[in-house]
Design a protein around this ligand. Structure first.
Ligand SMILES: [Zn+2]
Length: 290
């Protein structure tokens, strides 16, 4: 695919990484799923931009998640979604393994504020945070039970989170192809290389990103769908999963839009944040080179 803003030919390099995982019953995650307990990886992406250097899209889990879920009501989060994590799963550790110091990361793009996406942000002291204002507004005053029910753990954010925040300029619209089912995209860096796309419903103000890479576009679609099988076979999650969603109807619109994206752009790589197929390909070393 091409977008109207791709003419600048600025490409990024994208490496998808896994920051630990939790487990769910398969039937909750996908229509017609079995009663098996299945892993639910917390994927995030290292985006290397020629001008802005290393940029993260989400962060996965870190040790901090466990510290923040010791006591009620936050411990309920951990009980509902048992988390499996080793220190080698942290974004900071994995970046160091690639020769990137956490201090060198200047930008973290947050798809939304669920704990499995933001647990690592404290490890990046120089990063500015880029997100849709609506996503932060949905959680910023929540604590205790109200936070847990929104999948949010306030202690995961650094104290200076707001001063380091650079909410997306929603007037910087990117031109998307006329038949692209999602209609609003924002050009984050002004060069067409990273376009934030509204994918609401799972969480208010959730964004995915369309990334220009040397080998074409990649669509990191966050939690708009939970697996590649889900969009290939049009199998949304069970209605019970809707409990954590900001809007079931918006979710289904975004879900169906992803199904359409796949049909209209079969060559476009769509990467859901919790897809075990993508996760499996990383384990075989298939993460690099785009
Ligand atoms: Zn989420």
């Amino acid at each position: 695919m091409s977008t109207g803003t791709s003419s600048s030919k600025v490409h990024t390099r994208c490496t998808v990484l896994s920051g630990g995982y939790c487990t769910h019953k398969e039937w909750v995650t996908i229509q017609g799923g079995s009663s098996r307990t299945v892993p639910f990886p917390a994927l995030f992406a290292l985006i290397e931009h020629p001008r802005f250097g290393p940029v993260l899209f989400d962060t996965g889990y870190t040790e901090r998640f466990f510290q923040e879920t010791v006591r009620l009501p936050y411990s309920l989060y951990r009980r509902m979604t048992p988390v499996y994590y080793t220190p080698q799963d942290s974004a900071a550790y994995q970046l160091r393994q690639r020769g990137i110091e956490p201090e060198d990361v200047r930008i973290i793009i947050l798809s939304h504020f669920h704990a499995d996406h933001i647990a690592g942000v404290r490890d990046f002291p120089n990063a500015a945070f880029v997100y849709l204002q609506e996503a932060y507004d949905a959680v910023r005053f929540r604590s205790g039970w109200s936070a847990v029910l929104a999948g949010y753990l306030p202690g995961l954010l650094p104290d200076d989170f707001e001063t380091r925040s650079r909410p997306i300029d929603e007037s910087r619209l990117a031109e998307l192809p006329p038949d692209f089912p999602f209609r609003r995209g924002m050009d984050l860096f002004g060069d067409g290389s990273v376009i934030a796309v509204d994918v609401p419903g799972h969480a208010a103000g959730q964004i995915g990103i369309l990334l220009s890479t040397g080998s074409g576009y990649i669509f990191l679609c966050a939690d708009a769908v939970w697996s590649s099988r889900a969009f290939r076979e049009r199998r949304p999650p069970h209605w019970l999963a809707g409990i954590i969603m900001s809007s079931r109807s918006e979710y289904m619109k975004s879900f169906d839009n992803i199904v359409q994206v796949h049909k209209r752009y079969p060559e476009l790589q769509i990467i859901p944040s919790h897809c075990s197929e993508v996760w499996g390909s990383l384990a075989q070393g298939g993460d690099d080179g785009t």
